[in-house]
Write a protein that binds this ligand. Structure first.
Ligand code: BG6
Length: 460
């Protein structure tokens, strides 16, 4: 075996509540922004698929967890749906949700699959969005109470907790780049949302510490490593700014306990600084996580700006860099993103050198392919491309670990093909194929490969 991982390595996949659970009549779930937006702005969702019918995990979880065991998962990340557990975001708990999550957790443990539970995967309860979502500080308090409720209900069995998946995304996609509801385009509001999410994260970590439960708590970040077009100072500056806005802003706050000075200077200069109190700064400074999840899909290649931005336009990080379309880059054309396996190694090195070599794991990595039915032969999707993708990334991960990176596991995105934020079921990512028409779930070639690879803890 030339690529070998430690015996204790976490192997599995990640998913999220809204993307997989679906709805059932009488389930008591409250509406969240995706239930609302996928109906109200249905044209924004690929083939108009709404959150109602996502992957049927709420209905099929017992069989699904068996499917995890069938392909050797020893761990699985999903999230709790805030609006399923507490339909209005604050107030009464939905007993059907408590029963569902209890049984899901118990079944996972029974099948030898460690539950990794995330509290928030982009899915703000609609009632709280109506009062401004994370723009409103009251929602930080609501989130803190929700987190406390989750720890009290499930913390006796869940040993790995995560406060947020990709804290940057609800801010950036929801308040700056018009991809997620509420479809606002306003940098300062986006920065406010991001700051409040970071404060909410700190509050939840502290509530967890106060509970004296014995698990670990962390956060899942999407890290896009930045590469400049050249070593020309203007290209290097572009790369520095892209990294500052999109990575260091969150990573430094959460992992170093402070926002980068340079970010503050730029935001002051352009009058874009959100309201940050001294208490917030103190809280950020004293909060530490135990475990970091990293979602890695693609690199970000940048170059110096070709044209100056319109000073009257909407302020944005893109005022400081242009995307660099590198000739010859390897593309996943379904999603329109570059495939760059070495990025995972570069991230590991960065964690090692800049972030104290904290314990971390790959919490998402994967390849979304459109029209996978074209690859069905002998009843299964022959996704050799996914196996190759996994091998390439795992090789780089393994190399980083040999060089001392504290990586504890690898979760692919995703387990069964799931719904996504806009693309709905366009790009398929799963180890299992979902037939949308029948609800049938069939293992893909990559799932069978994964099963053997996990048994061996590596591959040749
Ligand atoms: C990740 C998210 O960034 O990307 C997932 O955490 C998402 O929720 C995944 O589904 C893939 O994105 P997409 O849009 O290609 O499905």
């Amino acid at each position: 075996m030339n690529i070998e991982f430690p015996k204790s390595f976490f192997w599995g996949a990640a998913s999220s509540a809204t993307q997989a659970e679906g709805r059932q009549a009488g389930d008591g779930k409250g509406e969240n922004i995706w239930d609302y937006a996928s109906k109200k702005y249905n044209h924004r969702f690929y083939e108009g698929v709404t959150t109602e019918n996502t992957s049927y995990f709420y209905r099929d979880y017992q069989e699904d967890i068996q499917r995890m065991q069938d392909i050797s998962f020893n761990s699985f990340r999903t999230s709790i749906s805030w609006s399923r557990l507490i339909p209005d975001g604050i107030g009464d708990v939905n007993p059907k949700a408590v029963a569902f999550y209890n049984d899901m957790i118990d079944t996972l443990i029974e099948k030898g699959v460690e539950p990794f539970i995330n509290l928030y995967h982009f899915d703000m309860p609609m009632e709280l969005q109506k009062i401004g979502g994370f723009e409103n500080r009251e929602v930080i308090t609501a989130y803190k109470n929700y987190a406390k409720t989750c720890f009290e209900l499930f913390g006796d069995r869940v040993k790995y907790w995560f406060t947020f998946n990709e804290p940057m995304i609800p801010a950036e996609a929801g308040y700056l780049h018009d991809r997620h509801y509420p479809y606002v385009v306003d940098f300062k509001r986006a920065a406010t949302v991001l700051h409040h999410i970071i404060v909410a994260h700190c509050e939840a970590v502290n509530v967890y510490r106060e509970s004296k439960q014995e698990g670990k708590i962390g956060i899942i970040m999407d890290v896009i490593p930045v590469y400049p077009r050249s070593q020309n100072p203007a290209d290097l500056y572009a790369a520095e700014m892209a990294d500052l806005f999109y990575t260091k802003s969150v990573n430094d706050a959460i992992l170093k306990g402070k926002y980068p000075e340079k970010l503050k200077e730029v935001l002051v200069k352009y009058d874009q600084l959100p309201g940050v109190t001294e208490e917030d700064i103190a809280l950020i400074g004293e909060t530490k996580i135990d475990l970091l999840g990293i979602n890695y899909y693609r690199p970000r290649r940048v170059k110096a700006k070709e044209c100056l931005p319109n000073p009257q336009g909407v302020f944005s990080p893109e005022w400081f860099f242009d995307e660099y379309v590198m000739p010859g880059r390897r593309m996943n054309t379904s999603r329109g993103i570059e495939i760059y396996p070495k990025g995972i190694y570069d991230i590991a090195k960065k964690i090692q050198t800049e972030y104290d070599n904290i314990d971390w794991f790959v919490s998402e990595n994967g390849i979304g392919i459109e029209g996978e039915e074209a690859f069905i032969a002998e009843g299964i999707v022959q996704d050799q491309y996914r196996i190759d993708f996994l091998k390439e990334h795992l090789r780089y991960l393994n190399k980083a670990m040999e060089e001392g990176s504290n990586c504890l596991g690898y979760h692919m995105w995703t387990f069964v093909d799931c719904w996504s934020w806009g693309n709905a079921y366009k790009n398929r990512y799963g180890f299992y194929r979902l037939d949308l028409a029948t609800g049938e779930k069939t293992v893909k070639k990559s799932g069978l490969w994964f099963k053997e690879m996990v048994k061996e803890n590596g591959f040749d």
